[in-house]
Design a protein. Structure first.
Length: 319
């Protein structure tokens, strides 16, 4: 086991409370907490951070942090198709004083749109490159005009007969995917649906995905939220933020029927230090991350291990 793997099962609350989530020395502030007893540790780390005036965002897949949210008067968001939330992907990008071409936020947005439109499709590396270049080009033109309502005109433009076949196919599949996921409810208020906007200004926010059965919709919403978080961290210089993503294996998949949001999670990990942010990854076991016996786990391993500084293991215990 790597020398920076720390076994926390025998350490008390005092010892764990001394952990500095912003002490990464290799250019990032990434951490892993693995094991069946990780939730008390995550709760402790989160509680300690907001006690210092910092901000916490948690991706939860099992309603594990609802009581903690109530105790700190935080914001608890349940992802539910019956109660869709409005995720703003581009408002700040439409500001004429902002050079969108120089922002990694645009790259993240391109990766996100590609992840939705490429579901169930097999594109060559060259086709992927061409599609992403076109998405980038269209976003640069359309976001200043349409703001957060850019998706519909983007699809219509890329469906034009003058475009290469791969672009037309992609645009059609993007529309089909958004309809199939019922995902458009979460990123557009074009139809006048009365839905509340996600607000990351609160110091403590939990996003609970446990009501979402379909992994395709779960990843689509998670990807949109990561773009929104990156955008918020970039434009709103604020207190130190810790983002916890529990059950990481729920979001990292090579299933062609599910949006691939690995590039977005990697962006969040890589950019954490420059955004005054720490990322804590939760997993049921290190085997999920360390086992390189097959291609899927190998990709997952490289993504996380290359972008995390410390790894903590835990066992079920009463803390």
């Amino acid at each position: 086991m790597d020398k920076n793997f720390t076994d926390l099962q025998n350490k008390g609350l005092d010892e764990m409370s001394k952990i500095d989530l912003f002490s990464g020395s290799n250019g990032n502030n990434g951490f892993i907490v693995a094991g069946v007893g990780r939730h008390p540790i995550i709760s402790l780390l989160a509680g300690n951070h907001i006690a210092t005036g910092g901000r916490v965002i948690i991706f939860d897949t099992g309603s594990n942090f609802s009581h903690l949210t109530k105790s700190v008067n935080g914001q608890y968001i349940e992802i539910d198709t019956k109660k869709p939330i409005s995720i703003d992907l581009a408002s700040e990008l439409s500001d004429g004083s902002f050079n969108i071409k120089e922002s990694f936020i645009l790259d993240a947005l391109v990766d996100f749109i590609y992840s939705i439109g490429s579901v169930r499709m097999k594109y060559s590396n060259e086709e992927e490159r061409i599609i992403k270049l076109k998405i980038d080009e269209v976003l640069n033109e359309f976001i200043p005009i349409y703001g957060k309502h850019f998706i519909r005109p983007l699809v219509e433009f890329m469906s034009g007969e003058d475009n290469p076949p791969s672009l037309i196919t992609f645009a059609k599949n993007l529309k089909i995917s958004m309809d199939r996921f019922n995902f458009k409810k979460f990123v557009s208020n074009d139809d006048g649906i009365d839905i509340s906007a996600v607000d990351f200004n609160k110091l403590f926010t939990v996003v609970d995905f446990s009501r979402i059965v379909n992994s395709d919709l779960r990843n689509a919403v998670a990807g949109a939220l990561i773009v929104s978080i990156l955008k918020d961290l970039y434009f709103n210089k604020r207190e130190k933020t810790v983002v916890f993503i529990d059950n990481i294996n729920y979001f990292l998949t090579d299933d062609a029927a599910v949006p691939d949001i690995k590039p977005l999670i990697e962006c969040l990990l890589r950019r954490s230090r420059t955004l005054n942010t720490s990322i804590v990854i939760g997993a049921e076991s290190f085997d999920i991350i360390l086992d390189r016996s097959d291609l899927n786990k190998s990709d997952l391993s490289r993504l996380i291990l290359n972008n995390t500084q410390y790894k903590f293991s835990s066992k079920e215990q009463n803390y």
